[in-house]
Design a binder for this molecule. Structure first.
Ligand code: DX5
Ligand code: ZN
Length: 215
């Protein structure tokens, strides 16, 4: 199934609940929640109290993307705050397996993310243990960047790897998606597409519908 995951990093926080509802009503099944710690990535975004508060806004799958060093420290708190999927970076965890197992022990789905320069091969040992693989298509840290074309081959490679292993792992991509390029990662094999600016700049309902049409 093809899924759109609007990233609220680009939302209007004065009317955040309304905007989340709008994405849900327009058909976006997931809601993407970017957590940045100012260390793993240069910027700082938002954390558990915000997630806890907006959890009530919609019945979407809350897809939490942790861009934080040693995510093991916060997995339990994000699970309690309402995350359905917790995705962390392979580059940020000293014991990747430990984090995956911890997420699963809390009854949540586990996602593993790789930055543009990290090869797909790096996730091989963990593939059978994760529910979702997130391939970043920009350097993590900021919304509104340009899609890195060189990442499209990584999506293809990941889809092949998943198929060869006989798995049904979701492949998510994140960064630089527009109405005009959303078909590219989908054709390469991604089935969960994150979009921030493309969802929230302008008419949210129209944007979500158009993005989903073009997927
Ligand atoms: C970037 C974040 C993204 C971001 C995407 O580090 O992980 O989720 O919100 O924003 P756009 O879609 O504007 O590139
Ligand atoms: Zn993200």
């Amino acid at each position: 199934m093809k899924i759109l995951a609007p990233s609220i990093l680009a939302a209007d926080f004065t009317i955040l609940g309304e905007q989340i509802n709008e994405t849900a009503a327009a058909g976006a099944q997931y809601l993407h929640f970017d957590v940045m710690d100012g260390i793993f990535v240069p910027s700082i975004s938002f954390g558990m109290p915000v997630l806890k508060s907006i959890r009530k806004a919609s019945g979407q799958v809350y897809d939490v993307h942790l861009m934080i060093e040693e995510p093991i420290r916060y997995v339990e708190e994000f699970a309690k705050a309402g995350a359905d999927i917790i995705t962390f970076h392979i580059e940020a965890a000293s014991d990747v397996r430990e984090v995956i197992d911890k997420i699963h022990s809390l009854g949540k789905k586990a996602g593993l993310a790789i930055k543009p320069k990290t090869p797909v091969e790096a996730v091989k040992p963990y593939l059978e243990h994760i529910d979702m693989l997130l391939i970043m298509t920009v350097e993590p840290g900021f919304g509104g960047q340009k899609y890195m074309d060189e990442c499209t081959d990584k999506i293809r490679e990941a889809r092949e790897l998943v198929a060869e292993a006989g798995l049904s792992t979701d492949i998510e991509i994140d960064g630089g998606i527009t109405i005009d390029n959303i078909h590219i990662p989908v054709e390469a094999g991604a089935n969960v597409i994150v979009a921030g600016s493309a969802c929230f700049n302008g008419d949210v309902t129209a944007n979500v519908k158009k993005l989903m049409e073009n997927m």
